[in-house]
Design a binder for this molecule. Structure first.
Ligand code: SAH
Length: 224
């Protein structure tokens, strides 16, 4: 899968993709992440990517020309399944949406800044708008990293233990059960006996029960 992230702050996005699972996914050739600097597509002499809002008011608006030139250029190289705009008024990111996007081949993610992008970009270039939560960030970069991470870890072969993503929270609409590691006893606090029993069937039954219990307590909405 290939993800092109259009941003005015590529430096802000470099680090998340250079560590751990996202780094490994790229090294294995399972994911390709390209950080595209929007300023490279600005045409005026100041390389400006934003301008005052028509109608007045505080806050700058990202201009259509550099974004259009950038997306057109990317599209001339390959076909894209989705052109995504990160936006607080978009569809809320959840596990089913991440699962769905992990089946795509090429996507573009556009990061906004300031007051956001000129509405005509959204009308004519964007195929999907995603929010990572009901709060406002200063830019789309951190949100884009969240979206990319949620997708990339699902690509087949990325996680060492293939079943690991399936037992995470929200798959099957259940939260994950509690997990423990050594030592079996710390400060008098013991790991549940069943996990030390080596009895696979009982362990998986216990995990399922705990997952249901936890979901009932914390997120009963998921069970409906
Ligand atoms: N004026 C806009 C907010 C702009 S915030 C509004 O009120 O809707 C600047 C940029 O940060 C946005 O263009 C978007 O790309 C990004 N952003 C902010 N909050 C976000 C969120 N919750 N999810 C995804 N992107 C977000």
């Amino acid at each position: 899968m290939r993800i092109d992230i259009i941003t005015v702050l590529p430096e802000l996005l470099r680090s998340p993709f250079e560590h751990s699972i996202m780094k490994r996914a790229q090294q294995k050739g399972l994911a390709e992440v390209h950080l595209v600097n929007l300023r490279d597509y600005a045409t005026d002499k100041h390389k400006s990517v934003d301008d005052y809002a028509f109608g007045g008011g505080a806050g700058m608006v990202m201009k259509i020309e550099p974004i259009a030139a950038c997306i057109d250029h990317l599209k001339s190289q390959r076909e894209y399944d989705e052109v995504i705009y990160m936006s607080p008024d978009g569809e809320l990111l959840d596990q089913p949406l991440a699962n769905k996007m992990s089946a795509l081949k090429n996507i573009i993610i556009l990061c906004g800044h300031y007051k956001g992008v000129d509405e005509r970009v959204r009308e004519h270039y964007i195929t999907r708008e995603i929010s990572i939560g009901n709060y406002v960030l200063s830019g789309g970069e951190l949100a884009a990293a969240v979206v990319a991470d949620s997708i990339i870890r699902l690509l087949p072969g990325v996680l060492n233990d293939e079943t690991s993503a399936l037992s995470d929270s929200f798959q099957d609409n259940l939260l994950a059960p509690p997990v423990y590691t050594r030592p079996a006893e710390y400060n008098g606090w013991k790991v549940p006996d069943v996990l030390l029993s080596g009895h696979e069937e009982k362990i998986s039954q216990w995990r399922h029960e705990k997952a249901v219990e936890r979901t009932q307590q914390r997120r009963p909405d998921l069970l409906k």
